[in-house]
Design a protein around this ligand. Structure first.
Ligand code: ASP
Length: 594
């Protein structure tokens, strides 16, 4: 696969000149930061022996003496080879004359994927032999000297994007998989978007990039956390599921605007498109309301968005949680297409059809429908059968209609109807979530819909003391093409209210959060924030099939690192300082290896 001059396009696209929207406060520090980030295409060959990258050379370089370093992509009939680096491919002519016998020997004998350094002249290809599919296709390199930097053994798979390989093999040899143009593109685009986000947040809007600890204590409620043993008997650290508490404490500390590219950890078992460790763009601000956070994020995404995609249109539409559930059957609707859920109960009030009568006679019983445009034309009898089976299999989930809508969209798309344009990015804010939901394992108890630090909706505070289940919150989610890519809230900054919610409504052990409750009592400013899921966002932007494709070294969906065989066993003597003994079965092979 060729990405036509993809790298410079990537950098040009992502490095628009900075529009200053605010007056810098600390003149020189800010001016220096802004100026240093105004560079356009980076210098890829500074500090190294090469003079140019392989993918960079064009007719404008004709006659230049160049030194290139790269991997041998392939060789043809001992007359030329194609050299590859991160920037692209270039054709190198193997000299045939006697005087260059040693150069010829190196270039003809080095196995494919060996690393070589060549020096020579950029010449034009003979007329008729140009390759218009290759960005460097008008030129080739007439080699004078060559050096084998490292030979390559037989590979487990060919380093060509079009060669199919299983994901397990790709993960086992990730360092080879990373050589593909697709992975190079994904990781570089990620890096550039993060760079633009930093620029927007820190240079344009005065945010401070602050690192917070990854060894912390357990947070009540929410996702399961990984435990890290300590040398004190029975005492453990926890890897934080997010820097939530720290970012709030930074607001109490007067930092005013915080951001971090934060690594987060959740021990949620194996889920196909989740990672036990993942990255968030984590943000917190003082003296802000919901609309302030929403405008900040809209501006941030618009600013960081790659130029080779259609520009992001702001402001994003907003939908309430109740409306999302009623019309799309989910709190993360894919608004790229219609097929909304319609309540048709009124049409059947006097029906004699038994099962509909039955449904309507139940409390809150409704009859709802999804209209599939031209369904009769596209869907076959077996499709209708599969829809019926899908509905039967998911009958007791209330999110059934939302799932059915997506299932029908999948079916229509397999019949060639384009419903979800892959080039379209449809953002949506979902707001007015309930503050609490019934606990899954015990529906009579409450759990936070977002997290326990979320403030109630100002007009629903009284409900906390009468009907807490009905209270709405100041929690907002950002949805992109049916995926939740961010979520946040305005926080509770009043210690008494926070204590009441934790202790009385959520029945949590407040001792675990005494530090936070205490901090709120010492003049905590009103504050709020959000976190964007960076992996999922980049996955959607690059159109990758899995979030693993935008992470350099991801875990398999079972949470394993297949390259290094992690997690791994630890010999009993190494566990002793932690006062831990393994009682379950262990992997004896792995143990023997220690
Ligand atoms: N800490 C939250 C999360 O990780 C985000 C937030 O409320 O800012 O989902």
């Amino acid at each position: 696969m060729y990405f036509p001059s993809w790298l410079s396009q990537l950098y040009r696209g992502l490095s628009r000149p900075i529009r200053r929207t605010t007056q810098p406060i600390w003149g020189s520090l800010y001016r220096n930061l802004v100026q240093s980030s105004q560079r356009r295409i980076p210098e890829f060959s500074s500090f190294v022996v090469r003079t140019n990258t392989c993918g960079e050379l064009r007719s404008s370089h004709l006659g230049q003496e160049v030194t290139l370093c790269g991997w041998i992509q392939y060789r043809r009939q001992n007359t030329f080879l194609v050299l590859r680096d991160f920037d692209g491919l270039v054709q190198v002519i193997i000299p045939q004359d006697e005087s260059a016998a040693s150069v010829k020997k190196i270039l003809c004998e080095a196995p494919v994927e060996s690393v070589v350094q060549v020096s020579g002249t950029v010449i034009s290809r003979p007329a008729g032999q140009e390759n218009p599919k290759m960005p460097t296709g008008e030129i080739e390199i007439k080699v004078k000297t060559a050096e084998l930097l490292n030979a390559c053994k037989k590979l487990p798979f060919e380093i060509k994007d079009f060669v199919k390989k299983t994901e397990a093999l790709r993960l086992q040899y990730r360092y080879l998989d990373l050589r593909s143009f697709q992975m190079q593109y994904n990781l570089r685009l990620r890096s550039q978007m993060v760079m633009k986000m930093r620029e927007y947040l820190c240079n344009l809007h005065g945010f401070v990039d602050i690192e917070t600890p990854t060894l912390f204590k357990r947070t009540p409620g929410g996702a399961k956390e990984f435990l890290v043993p300590s040398r004190e008997p029975g005492k453990f650290y926890s890897l934080p599921q997010s820097p939530q508490q720290f970012k709030q404490l930074l607001m109490v500390g007067g930092l005013d605007r915080y951001f971090q590219v934060a690594r987060c950890y959740r021990d949620e078992g194996s889920r196909p498109d989740r990672q036990p460790e993942f990255t968030q763009i984590d943000i917190e601000m003082s003296f802000v309301d919901q609309t302030g956070i929403q405008s900040l994020i809209e501006g941030l995404l618009q600013y960081a968005w790659p130029n080779d995609k259609d520009p992001v249109v702001i402001p994003f539409p907003t939908m309430t949680f109740a409306e999302a559930l009623a019309t799309y059957g989910t709190d993360k609707p894919d608004t790229r297409f219609g097929m909304k859920i319609i309540d048709i109960s009124d049409m059947f009030r006097n029906t004699e059809i038994g099962f509909l009568q039955d449904a309507l006679s139940k409390p809150h019983g409704t009859v709802k429908a999804i209209c599939i445009p031209e369904g009769a034309k596209y869907l076959k009898r077996k499709d209708i059968e599969s829809i019926r089976k899908f509905a039967a299999d998911h009958l007791n989930q209330c999110s059934l209609l939302g799932k059915l809508r997506l299932e029908c969209a999948d079916l229509l798309e397999t019949r060639g109807v384009v419903l979800r344009d892959p080039t379209l990015f449809s953002f949506l804010w979902v707001v007015d979530f309930p503050l609490f939901l019934p606990k899954e394992e015990n529906p009579r108890e409450l759990e936070s819909a977002h997290h326990p630090f979320t403030a109630p909706h100002p007009s629903d505070i009284h409900l906390l003391y009468t009907e807490p289940k009905k209270a709405r919150s100041q929690h907002y989610d950002l949805v992109l093409n049916g995926n939740e890519i961010g979520g946040g809230s305005i926080r509770i900054h009043n210690a008494e209210l926070q204590h009441y919610i934790l202790a009385t409504l959520l029945k949590e052990d407040v001792k675990m959060l005494s530090h936070l409750l205490q901090a709120l009592d010492y003049g905590a400013p009103p504050h709020g924030g959000i976190a964007l899921g960076l992996d999922r966002l980049i996955c959607l932007v690059t159109g990758s099939p899995s979030i693993r494709d935008v992470i350099a070294f991801p875990k398999s969906f079972r949470g394993h690192d297949l390259m290094s065989n992690t997690p791994d066993c630890v010999p009993p003597e190494e566990l002793k300082p932690y006062h831990i003994r393994v009682s379950g079965p262990t992997d004896s092979k792995a143990e023997r290896a220690h």
